[in-house]
Design a protein around this ligand. Structure first.
Ligand SMILES: [Zn+2]
Length: 223
């Protein structure tokens, strides 16, 4: 997996090229985060001891999902008579597409781009990930969340938006960096059985990143 925080940073960084429309950029950042929510399905399957096969990088990483969501948000905008939902839907679609492209380019895994049609596009199939790199790619989830929170905090300070909340986000960034260091050490030690805790903290951080994005939408959309 490419780290969710990297996706969020890329989404936020794209603001220089995005048209200035309300909720569009919010959609882009959330769309970049959304596909990795399929890890909830992986977690549930793990807990109930069912197969996790075909759950990650499939149904949330598909061109057809993007089309379905575009239609959904368009219908929502008609029903609520609020054109911002159309902006959000377009942004969300762009965000998911960016996520898929980055996943394909980075980090040695394939994506089932046309799910439910089972076809995996993988530029890395000949590459065998060494164990140490596998560990770092996982623990770097926390590092990437930390960098994303630092980015939001510094944008907030520069733009004088969400000033009351920025110090808290910076503190959360520090926690993420600490988790990155802690789990890197733990994972390199022989089998300690901390995987479940890691998985729970990862999902918690992902939900938190989505919450922070919504809370700081003003910071994200001011440019
Ligand atoms: Zn992904």
């Amino acid at each position: 997996m490419s780290q969710a925080g990297i996706h969020a940073i890329v989404g936020a960084a794209s603001r220089k090229w995005m048209p200035k429309k309300e909720w569009l950029l919010l959609g882009v950042v959330l769309g970049n985060l959304f596909p990795d929510l399929d890890n909830i399905a992986v977690a549930v399957a793990t807990i109930i001891k069912s197969s996790t096969e075909g759950l990650h990088r499939t149904f949330t990483h598909s061109i057809f999902t993007i089309l379905a969501l575009l239609i959904l948000f368009y219908v929502v905008s008609l029903l609520t008579k609020n054109p911002k939902w159309t902006n959000f839907g377009i942004g969300f679609g762009i965000g998911i597409l960016m996520h898929i492209l980055l996943d394909l380019a980075l980090w040695f895994n394939g994506v089932e781009l046309f799910w439910p049609i089972r076809f995996e596009l993988n530029f890395w199939s000949r590459f065998v990930t060494p164990h140490w790199l596998e560990i770092l790619l996982e623990t770097a989830e926390f590092l990437a969340f930390g960098l994303y929170f630092y980015l939001l905090a510094s944008l907030a300070r520069r733009q004088k938006t969400d000033e009351d909340y920025a110090p808290q986000v910076r503190g959360q960034g520090n926690i993420q960096i600490a988790l990155f260091i802690l789990f890197t050490i733990l994972f390199f030690l022989p089998q300690l059985g901390v995987r479940t805790i890691y998985g729970a903290l990862y999902l918690l951080s992902l939900f938190f990143a989505i919450g922070v994005t919504l809370r700081m939408r003003k910071t994200i959309e001011t440019f």
